[in-house]
Design a protein around this ligand. Structure first.
Ligand SMILES: Cc1cc2nc3c(=O)[nH]c(=O)nc-3n(C[C@H](O)[C@H](O)[C@H](O)COP(=O)(O)O)c2cc1C
Length: 182
């Protein structure tokens, strides 16, 4: 798939099954992520790959960290990482820098996630970028080995779509774009 087609046709795919990208495909996806723009060359990107039985462990980590009040909430957290065969936890490790505020380091990680989701699509797989309360929880960050200051920018769920790509939404460019003039 050529680059423009991949960029213009990626859609989120919530229902994902085996196989997940692996081997050379996974390397290519990570390589695309690591081509994100990066002010100050701070390299804020950390990717934790969660597969197989480790997905259930991740659900347990969510439960321990968030201490849900109801069985329904607990079951939801336990099941969350099982929604795809591969979960890539994408964390921006934030550094003090006189010219690069945290928002720019988070933006760099967001660009990396988007690069990866387009690469996943170009290779014939599917993905969805998710966050939710688990991404805001300092307890989750600590359990994963990060600090309060770091940001879980996304959980990129990846695998093979169970149905062909949903229709690509068409946007009216006029709503979003205008030539600025004074
Ligand atoms: C920062 C961020 C967080 C998101 N979190 C969630 C989420 O927790 N759950 C969800 O269903 N979609 C989430 N989304 C949206 C989906 O990834 C996806 O963009 C949305 O379903 C629209 O589909 P599309 O990307 O094909 O237009 C998030 C998107 C972004 C950019």
């Amino acid at each position: 798939m050529d680059a423009l087609t991949a960029l213009q046709t990626r859609t989120a795919t919530p229902r994902l099954v085996e196989p997940a990208p692996s081997g050379a495909d996974l390397d290519a996806i990570i390589k695309a992520g690591l081509r994100a723009p990066d002010h100050g060359m701070l390299r804020p990107w950390r990717f934790l790959l969660v597969e197989g039985k480790m997905r259930a462990k991740l659900g347990e980590l969510f439960v321990d960290a968030l201490q849900p009040q109801t069985q329904e909430q607990k079951d939801k957290l336990l099941a969350a990482p099982l929604r795809a065969p591969l979960v890539i936890i994408c964390v921006a490790t934030i550094k003090e820098h006189p010219k690069v505020p945290p928002v720019e380091q988070i933006a760099s990680m967001a660009a990396a996630i988007q690069n990866m989701s387009v690469a996943i699509h170009a290779l014939g797989y599917g993905s969805i970028w998710r966050t939710g309360p688990v991404s805001q929880s300092n307890a989750v960050k600590h359990a994963l080995g990060f600090s309060d200051r770091d940001e879980i920018v996304g959980f990129l769920y990846a695998g093979t779509p169970t149905f062909t790509d949903r229709p690509v939404p068409e946007h009216d460019q006029g709503v979003y774009v205008e030539h600025w003039q004074v």
